[in-house]
Design a protein around this ligand. Structure first.
Ligand code: ZN
Length: 354
């Protein structure tokens, strides 16, 4: 590449679904070390694009017949039917497969699983991607929370109580546009206990899929900075998955942060999950988030391997195009460093200690 500075600083990213590609049998750890044709992330492309690492989500997919149908996102307004709840035994089995997938990724040198801030910062330069293990939707955890200790011992350091379908802990927002995020009840009693247990174990509580009342419950109960790993500004794209100014004020108050989601359906003002969009729109979200949160509380949360991203980025090898766009809009190197990794490191240090 002509301009090496476009790969630097390495981006530490708030959300990807690479492990889902492994759980569903699409790809192996060995293939991800060598390079793959499909998907958004593998090790060679991560190095090429300067993806230093991020939160690697373990997610329990629904059955194929219940899969989210992407064509629904092309209607002017939509409210996708959510997949039915997943039973605990199935979720536990698949979540354990997810941790096993992470171990095999580490054995192949694709990721380095990091469980404290010093090892995370040390891993950012590579050669493997620095990985924080995250659970997206806590269906694998029962009401007595016993599995949380097992997962913590396996390296879990971040958790979203819900993906969009309901769990015993609470309700997520649906894929609904336009809609505000106040779409259902708040956390259950088990959900409130889960927040306390995450605080004790210093596991990040991710707000990205929670509805507004669940968000408020976490804000009231949690002693950690409020974090939405992969969400955007509702003022610009009024999707249920995005954050209202009221929520952004609460995140700022807690000294937390938001990772900007590259999913086009949460970026575009029309809510369409369509890849043909200018990065000017992403800059509008960035400007809005910085205006509400300040420069120290915004980063990235790509949703690579889980969403349709702008075609000008394409996959993680295209991150230099994102850096170029930011630079052309006058983002200086000091702010670039914060957006790409510094802010995530600050919030994780505050949450985890160390
Ligand atoms: Zn998600």
């Amino acid at each position: 590449m002509a301009d090496e500075t476009l790969r630097s600083p390495g981006i530490f990213d708030g959300h990807n679904d690479l492990i889902l590609r492994m759980i569903t049998g699409k790809v192996t750890a060995a293939a991800l070390r060598e390079g793959t044709l499909g998907g958004h992330i593998d090790l060679p492309r991560a190095r090429h694009g300067g993806l230093a690492g991020g939160f690697f989500a373990i997610f329990v997919p629904g059955t194929d017949e219940n899969a989210i149908r992407m064509e629904e996102f092309s209607k002017p307004a939509y409210d996708l039917p959510l997949p039915p709840p997943v039973d605990h035994a199935t979720a536990l089995e698949i979540t354990r497969q997810g941790f096993a997938a992470a171990r095999s990724l580490q054995a192949e040198g694709v990721i380095k699983v990091c469980t404290d801030i010093d090892s995370l910062e040390a891993a950012l330069p590579g050669p493997a991607m620095a990985a924080v293990l995250h659970i997206e939707g806590a269906e694998a955890i029962g009401p007595d929370l016993a599995e949380l200790d097992e997962f913590h011992a396996l390296g879990l350091r971040s958790l979203g109580p819900v993906w969009s379908r309901p769990t015993i802990f609470g309700d997520g927002v649906p894929f609904r546009y336009p809609s505000d995020p106040d779409t259902g009840p708040g956390l259950t009693e088990a959900g409130k206990r889960l927040i306390g247990a995450c605080n004790r174990l210093k596991i990040v509580v991710d707000l990205s899929h929670l509805n507004a009342r669940g968000f408020d419950d976490v804000a009231r109960l949690s002693d950690a900075p409020l974090v939405a790993t992969h969400s955007n500004a509702w003022e610009i794209c009024p999707h249920a998955r995005n954050l209202t100014d009221r929520q952004l004020a609460m995140i700022a108050e807690s000294d937390g942060m938001v990772g900007i989601n590259l999913a086009t359906g949460f970026l575009r003002p029309d809510g369409q999950m369509a890849a043909d969009m200018s990065l000017d729109l992403l800059i509008r979200h960035l400007d809005h988030l910085i205006s509400r949160l300040g420069e120290d509380r915004v980063g990235f949360g790509s949703d690579f391997d889980g969403a349709i991203v702008p075609e000008v980025i394409g996959d993680c090898a295209g991150l230099p195009n994102l850096r170029r766009a930011l630079r052309e809009r006058g983002i200086n190197q000091r702010l670039m460093q914060k957006l790409c990794q510094g802010n995530w490191m600050r919030v994780l240090r505050r949450t985890w200690g160390g």
